[in-house]
Design a binder for this molecule. Sequence first.
Ligand code: SF4
Ligand code: SF4
Length: 298
Amino acid sequence: MNLYQDYGIKYASAIPLSDCVITRPYLLHRAGLMYDSNSNSNSGSVLIMLVPYYDGSPPGNISVCSAPRDYHLYFNELFASILPELQRLMPGAIFCGFSDHSPIDERDTAAKGGLGVIGRNRLLINEEYSSFCFIGEIISDIPASDWPRLITGLHSVTAQEVKRCTGCGACERACPVGGGRTADVSKCLSELTQKKKLTPDEEKIVAANGSVWGCDACQFACPMTKRAIISGSIKTPIKFFRENIIPTITNEILDDLIKAEEYSRRAYSWREPDVIRRNILLTSRSKGDEDYNKYSKY
Ligand code: SF4
Ligand code: SF4
């Protein structure tokens, strides 16, 4: 199987499961994979993959990763295609796909697989896609050294030392709420836009920064992103992320999404549309307008 030719996935590595940070062991057990948190001789391996998602179109009022359909749908389709083929090639072995809700620290595993560096913006940064890629993985009971028999063109089959970015600080200077640092999770604009209820102070932050869902400021400020945009390497070749793009949401677009039953296919659909409507309302207010309270009914 050639992941690049078949699926547009250029960056993939296999590393032993014992080299990964296990964050949710119960997911391994549920998949039938043996794992003992008290042992350092756990067998099995992880095929870790980067999936670029940015089509290169100008960003709107939602984060670039939320402009296409929900990436969980993409990974469901990907695994539905790959896993039976792996099973056919290696009958009796266990193969289980994860993304986001994963038993392992995905960012750390991708860095150990040599697929990128860990940035001060806390994201994995790849040389071609910068941080504009999702991470997914297939966990198996086979050793990492068996993966090249199944997948051609792997980047690595051993764990490497985790590398860090240059630490230039551009991401921190660009953060609209971090005061010269990248914001911690509770204050991050991305987190705030997703909150069901906002305090008046939080409403002001959302209103002032113009984002209806998510924030990409620390990603776009990174010189590795700038290089990837200039060279064009950032653009995803994957059809799923080049179609059905909605970079800007308005109330009318939201109504259409709901009517067409498309809302449930969007990354923001785990929140009710009223959260988006609130943010649209807040961001449509002029920065100088302090009368936010009457708009905070949601
Ligand atoms: S996503 Fe936005 S608010 Fe959050 S740390 Fe990055 S720049 Fe700051
Ligand atoms: S902007 Fe600079 S410090 Fe921030 S992640 Fe990119 S290279 Fe690292």
